[in-house]
Design a protein around this ligand. Sequence first.
Ligand code: UGA
Length: 434
Amino acid sequence: MSVIGCGYLGAVHAAAMASIGHDVIGIDVDAEKIATLASGTAPFFEPQLSELLVDGLASGRLSFSSRMADAAGAHVHFLAVGTPQVPGGHAADLRYVDQAFDALLPHLRAGDVIAGKSTVPVGTAARLTTRLVGTGATLVWNPEFLREGWAVHDTLTPDRLVVGAEADAAGEQAVTVLREAYGAAVESGTPFLVTDLATAELVKGAANAFLATKISFINAMAEIAEAAGADVALLADALGHDTRIGRRYLGAGIGFGGGCLPKDIRAFAARAEELGRGEAVGFLREVDAINLRRRDRAVQIVVDALGGLVFGRRIAVLGAAFKPFSDDIRDSPALDVAVRLRGLGADVVVTDPAAIDNAAAAHPQLGYARDRDDALREADAVVIVTEWDEYRRDLSPERAGGLVRGRIIVDGRNCLDAAAWRAAGWQYHGMGRR
Ligand code: UGA
């Protein structure tokens, strides 16, 4: 197998496929990233990835290269390059998909299978298929649903596998190849859904749109709860007991971020516009707007708690990553809140167990402390914006109280025991909570 593109998706996929017995070569144009991976080091924070890399390299089944020619000889080629938002627009930028696909073409042999994993606008696979004429290779679409922080787990034990293919003999053959490639997962009963190309592409966009909508739904309820004097966390618990609704992704707080949900809902809406069906997903604009409003709201809560002015006040910001178990700061609501408070003149000190280096490179204007207690020392207010265990579970209100100057805590993720913090003399503020 080859895996083309070794970012979050590709690096994990390559290492996971090697761990289940395949011979895998990971290819990326970034020679530095390839050197890091080839030394058995994960280029980003992802639990279990380093172990898989080390084992795969030692077994001889896993290798990395920055030369596309080294993909020649592989029978299955997974396309896992990034599809960021176009600069200045909402659509997906497909240049890396196109470049990788074109670079692979001369190395294909008859019978090869290309499995697209990147998140792409519906119609991309059909467009790419036309370029395969004369190669004897077949393109299928096999979207990936892994979550950062759980990437190895999600790749090895997915909820479902989706493969889109054309309904001809070559398509059927390619689906069989993929079914075999996923071996153990399929044998253990993981649902394996075969669709046409367009449906497979849509499944991915629709899944992320649904998750984003669910989060924004509860955050919209948080806005109502704030106005009505209700508690959104209790509301979510009560809603979640309805098995048709479910409690997951009903975590109200400062909203979603990261390299996927925000850009994917925008790209989904942009593609719907192109298809003349923009109206059908007009609600995704609201989903985006509700999400961004929560960041404003968190900042406002801090400002109000400090008496209307944060200028010159010291604020400890616990978290920078867009979620725990990740060092990813792409479109991070946590970092956005820190940046906005700094913009209002606050003396902001950010801490995070994994994302400080990334955050400091992107926002050198913020203060940073590697040690949580150093961040808390002499703070006038504390804001939790990423629910790492270090803050959610391991930080006692008594200990924190001994370090800060002012016992004001803003829980941007509704992840703390409000009663315990209040009992320890803290002024506690949640998001959408009494
Ligand atoms: C998301 C999807 O969950 C994956 O299925 C998908 O494969 C991936 O995007 C992708 O397209 O590559 P990920 O970006 O890793 O995965 O993050 P999530 O765990 O879904 O969290 C996204 C954001 O939503 C985070 O900022 C998180 O803090 C926030 N969130 C999540 C909430 O605000 N409330 C919740 O209840 C849940």
